[in-house]
Design a protein around this ligand. Sequence first.
Ligand code: PMP
Length: 414
Amino acid sequence: MPQAVKDIPVLNVEKIREDFPVLHQQVNGHPLVYLDNGASSQMPVQVAERLDHYHRYEHANVHRGIHTLSQKATDAYEAARPKVAAFINAAEEHEIIYTTGTTDSINLVANSFGLTHFSEGDEVILSEMEHHANIVPWQMVAEKTGAVIKVIPVTDSGELDLEAYKKLLTPRTKMVAVVHVSNALGTVNPVKEITDLAHEAGSVVLIDGAQAVPHQKVDVQEIGADFYAFSAHKMFGPTGFGILYGRKSLLDGMPPYRGGGDMIDKVTFEETTYNVPPFRFEAGTPPIAASIGLSEAIDYIGRVGMDQIEKYEAKLVEYAVEKLRKIDGLRFIGEAEERASVISFVFDHIHASDIGTILDKKGIAVRTGHHCAQPILRRFGVPATTRASFAFYNREDDVDRLVEGIEYAKSFFE
Ligand code: PMP
């Protein structure tokens, strides 16, 4: 079994970086600077070794096996549930549904909850800064049910216009689905206030937490959210796995989303009855290893300490904003008061993909494009941005390299 890392009392970035072998490589002849954490974060060796150990010595299918190996795999697989529940302070572990990621989690709610609760003229409120994963599933369900989509506008600084939001809420509002931290702007939304207002209007609330959980303490009970979705691969865990938190009282009344093994109670050709949540929503052989990997990632985050991560990243992002602000011609897209580890920017006469390509030649990985959030880029009148997104293993040195790289890229266009 892999050894647990020693407790890390304060965030020691050099020590942490030892756990991420991927960061210690040359890319195009330069030491890698990885600033694409918003797309997917890197995995510490503890998680990789745990996955390896599972595949080498522990693998068997879960739930249905009477034999010892299957029972051990089931125990390891199920162990993520209480761990995730504690991580986001869910009231109980059966409120944690395993999915394949944020996108899958939102599709589950849209189809299971939406298809049964929305009817002609009902309203779904989204925001202008949503990822496509929190737009398209609602559009698909709205098309089938006759529900109407309404959109909270975003201010010039990249914040939700809460006054406009209050006016959008009506007795017909059935769902408010809003992102916690914007992957395109870095804005941290006031999700508790949004949720309270929605509840006052009698609506249910889903929060897309994909970009929040790796960077800040999330407490679903304090927020009051009815559903909260996130992905393992953005929080130092494996791809192909994610979580939907759902309030038990709502889950109990929701029909299954997919049919197959594990989600049933009894099957006959005349009638099938269904398992209780969360199993009702988990059809087929699940990503067993990925669940075990997420457990390990949560342990890792716990040892580093979410408080330390928050403080460290806040300082790092502040440093980056100050440095980037000094670059002539650089314009931020999104300058919210409350922001997390994403910085998006443009130049009027240089396309983002040119910046990204030249940075890559210097070993600097950033993301360019619409970040699967086309409506918000349209709102700001740009087709694409360059996005640097940080994690707790990034350093000020990475920011300095980014700034140097941008200056170098600019020199081609002067
Ligand atoms: N929502 C947000 C805010 C995201 O940043 C992402 C990933 N970029 C998603 C949803 C979709 O996540 P996944 O692809 O892991 O399902």
